[in-house]
Design a protein around this ligand. Structure first.
Ligand SMILES: [Mn+2]
Length: 327
């Protein structure tokens, strides 16, 4: 059942033993939201545990500050999921909890309404924005630690206030959190600039092997298992790498290949006038107008040829259309 902020605050007030869950492969928003809510509820003298199936990653240390992921083994807690659009995102090991979520707080319009109660605000750029409002309703107050967690959630989900999901509210909340005395420049440095040695090594490989097609209007990068092995990096370190080819000036189709069992997982980003989902649909994939994905069976060169031909065709058709329009 969908509920509003007031009702969600009431439900939290009515329970004293609370477990807060983040989604697997945690990002700044799910962890920042879970930790901020944990710290705020403890200020109201509640017993609160916070858990994520993949633990708390090292790069978010400044948020959790010694807090450890924990599921209480005594009593039945009131279970709250934050930033979790679907129960499977809690992770395989959490399958016992899929139908036991009492309250879900989320901003994904794709939320499957799996929880008993759902507080959903899809116009919020981050769940952390909803948590901020909820903490206000609860009257718990926002200290520097809570502000650090909330700011991290908003900043990471908006790509440091650059993505189109960023709203005036995101900026207003950020301003308020900055007034709490957080070290926002260090947070953003940690979240957007600092990279591990192995990540830099992967980038080096990838940038050295960019391929261009169709008068450099299409750029393609690939990450093979061999590259991961050579650089000592893992899948988690590849985040945002797929935006690299589309960053190149003049490129209208950016393609990223990642090696999987028997083939390559492909992500396609496109300029406004080109349909990424249409390109991927030719290979049984899909997605959005400007960002889509698919899987192609085969070896590296074979897969590159197939996807680059599809891109080439899309670019040619687009040029034809443009010509017709200008005639
Ligand atoms: Mn989020």
């Amino acid at each position: 059942m969908r509920i509003d902020l007031n009702r969600a605050a009431q439900l939290l007030c009515d329970n004293d033993n609370i477990l807060i869950l983040s989604h697997q492969n945690p990002d700044g928003d799910t962890l920042g939201s879970a930790l901020a809510l944990t710290f705020a509820l403890r200020k109201l003298k509640k017993t609160v545990s916070v858990y994520c199936t993949d633990g708390f990653p090292e790069n978010f240390k400044f948020m959790y500050n010694g807090e450890k992921p924990c599921i209480p083994d005594t009593s039945e807690p009131y279970i709250v999921a934050v930033d979790v659009a679907s129960p499977v995102l809690l992770g395989d090991k959490m399958s016992d909890y899929y139908d036991k979520i009492n309250l879900c707080i989320d901003h994904h319009s794709s939320n499957t309404d799996y929880a008993e109660y759902t507080l959903l605000e899809s116009d919020s750029a981050a769940t952390a924005e909803i948590i901020l409002k909820l903490i206000d309703f609860l009257g718990a107050g926002i200290d520097t630690q809570i502000a650090t967690c909330l700011y991290t959630g908003i900043s990471t989900d908006t790509g440091c206030f650059r993505y189109s999901n960023t709203t005036a509210q995101s900026h207003r909340f950020a301003a308020r959190l900055i007034e709490c005395g957080i070290d926002f420049s260090e947070i953003n440095r940690q979240m957007f600039e600092v990279k591990s040695v192995s990540r830099i090594a992967v980038e080096q490989y990838v940038l050295n092997s960019v391929r261009y097609f169709h008068n450099k209007k299409c750029a393609l990068i690939y990450i093979t298992k061999d590259i991961l092995h050579k650089t000592g990096s893992n899948e988690n370190e590849l985040e945002s790498l797929s935006s690299v080819p589309y960053q190149i000036k003049g490129v209208k189709i950016g393609i990223t290949l990642r090696e999987r069992e028997n083939g390559y997982k492909i992500s396609v980003r496109t300029a406004k006038s080109i349909n990424a989902a249409e390109i991927c649909a030719q290979f049984g994939g899909g997605g959005h107008l400007r960002a889509a994905g698919c899987f192609i069976n085969g070896g590296l060169e074979e897969v590159i040829q197939k996807i680059s031909e599809a891109a080439d065709k899309a670019l040619s058709e687009n040029e034809k259309l443009k010509k017709q329009k200008s005639l």
